[in-house]
Design a protein around this ligand. Sequence first.
Ligand SMILES: Nc1ncnc2c1ncn2[C@@H]1O[C@H](COP(=O)(O)OP(=O)(O)OP(=O)(O)O)[C@@H](O)[C@H]1O
Ligand SMILES: [Mg+2]
Length: 406
Amino acid sequence: MNITTDHQEGHGLMLARYQRLIEISQQLNSTLDLQSLLKKIISAAKELTNTEAASILLIDAATGDLRFEIASNIKPQDMEDIIVPKGSGIAGWVALHGEPRVIDDVTKEPTWSRKVDDTIEFQTRSILAVPLRAHTKIIGVLEGINKIGSGGWDENDINTLTTLASQAAIAIENARLFQQSDFIAEMVHELRTPLAALKASTVLLLRPELKEDRRVDIIQTMHSETERLSRLASDFLDLARLESGRTRLDASRFDLKKLIEESVDVVHPQAGDKGVNITIECDHFTANADRGKVKQVLLNLLTNAIKYNRENGSIWVRAEETRGEDDQPFVRVSVQDSGYGISKEHQKHMFEKFYRVSDTAGFTQGTGLGLAIAKQIIQAHGGQITLESEQGVGSTFAFTIPLATR
Ligand SMILES: Nc1ncnc2c1ncn2[C@@H]1O[C@H](COP(=O)(O)OP(=O)(O)OP(=O)(O)O)[C@@H](O)[C@H]1O
Ligand SMILES: [Mg+2]
């Protein structure tokens, strides 16, 4: 009697779980943004198998090693440092053999490495790892960490996570393909303008009756169009790498105020040409981030604040301490300008690639990639980038990056 009730109850629970799994699969298939997709997958994994934390490791196509793409228990800046070599550790084993693996007590598992726990200050007790298989190819590993409650992982957990992983892997592949196709079309479109200018210039240069001063003009045009092409190429590459999660942050501790001063120095001549005054209001902070990439973000925000400012306008750069998700110490850097401001309608699209406000696009050079790149860089640090703007008054762009704790 008891057995029957238990069995029926178990059956009911399984059904509920499968129903939820179907719902989640549908959600996954309609998400084409890789980062939000990965977030949904790990929260589904935690929910369906009742675990404390979950993570996704994807195989790096170039090296075959596994790298953490997302983990609910690891800070983004720590994630960058962890590489799981091909075939090694539990995730490596799962990726190599294409089979699930259950470790009820990691301390009894010889292939488990405590190194990761030490890096991230987290205590792993148990792991359920399943392969992420898209069609026939294994693209990574989905892990559930620390089963909640007294019992260990059961057959249902393994089956549920395996099914989720197979749906998730296909959704990840689709998101990657979508990003590529969308991006390539727009990229080719952007390349056309400078290429057309170059082509026309060469035709002109071949005309024998061309006057010497015209010739110099044309060569100058060719020079600036070539510069533009080469900037486009590096922006495209940056963005493609960032979006596909192939960019690795090279995090270090650095003096943020010094970096701000250094960046302001770079744009100083440009600000001077327009009579724009830049004020820095910032204490000393030691940030823990990729210095070169943060500089790239700062330079774009500063350049924008100059380009889209009025003659003799002002810019204020400030930094103040704040808290990130999970209450970790972050610093908020803001760049405020006294420019024309951005309407609510345009604000919504500001961080999309290739987006430029038509009123300003006419009189300034740009591709509309700067803010899209900035957003990806800041998100890769676990930070946020925001915009507040009032038309006719000016705009404030702000971003957060982690502060050094140790
Ligand atoms: N501070 C600002 N004030 C007003 N408009 C701005 C400001 N910053 C950006 N914008 C608007 O947002 C658009 C996108 O900015 P973004 O930096 O992404 O591209 P861009 O400056 O046009 O080109 P680039 O790729 O060279 O940076 C700009 O074209 C401009 O219309
Ligand atoms: Mg810009």
